[in-house]
Design a protein around this ligand. Structure first.
Ligand SMILES: [Ca+2]
Ligand SMILES: [Ca+2]
Length: 181
């Protein structure tokens, strides 16, 4: 089915009489293939593309090229995804275990996530949803540095191997994690 080969397709309707499908972008999720069946339509959840790992109906991918936060954001968007938004401790722990534990050889290794205070200094939000952070896991002393003028220049958030977050210069080059759905 062509729906399955479309990168941005999340869920779709398949009419098994007329043999055509319609893309959906609803938030109706199921880990099983068939969600509902109404008249001649069946709804499907596509699941994660190969190379992406699934957690709580979201798909994640570590991208290894080290680039700036803005370029990382753009790269995720080109894959119909966004820089990962970490909304609770379970998601934070899972990302560390799934990606950083293996990919990091040093304790100081860190990767971009979607957190930033680019729009308003000291107001940290997620780039895709624009939501203000509720759950946070800052490294002690973060997100403000000892000298406030330093904090003003540091607007982008990384996740470190130990699970803690750090607010650093957005122009630094880091690997990053994209999230979908
Ligand atoms: Ca998330
Ligand atoms: Ca800042």
């Amino acid at each position: 089915m062509t729906c399955l080969s479309l990168d941005c397709c999340e869920t779709f309707h398949w009419n098994y009489v007329s043999q055509h499908c319609t893309l959906l972008t609803t938030d109706v999720w199921s880990s099983t293939q068939t969600v509902t069946e109404i008249s001649h339509w069946k709804s499907y959840y596509k699941g994660c593309d190969s190379g992406w790992l699934e957690f709580n109906y979201h798909c994640y991918k570590l991208v290894h090229g080290k680039i700036s936060w803005a370029d990382a954001k753009l790269t995720c968007e080109r894959n119909c995804a966004y820089l990962t938004e970490i909304t609770d401790v379970e998601e934070n722990d899972w990302i560390v275990e799934a990606f950083l534990d293996d990919a990091c050889s040093t304790r100081s290794c860190q990767m971009w996530c979607g957190g930033n205070d680019i729009e308003t200094e000291d107001l940290f939000q997620w780039s895709n949803s624009k939501l203000t952070m509720s759950f946070t896991n800052w490294k002690p002393g973060q997100p403000r540095q000892k000298y406030s003028e330093k904090a003003e220049n540091r607007d982008c958030v990384t996740l470190s191997r130990n699970g803690q977050w750090e607010n650093i210069l957005c122009t630094l080059s880091k690997r990053f994690i994209c999230e979908k759905h």
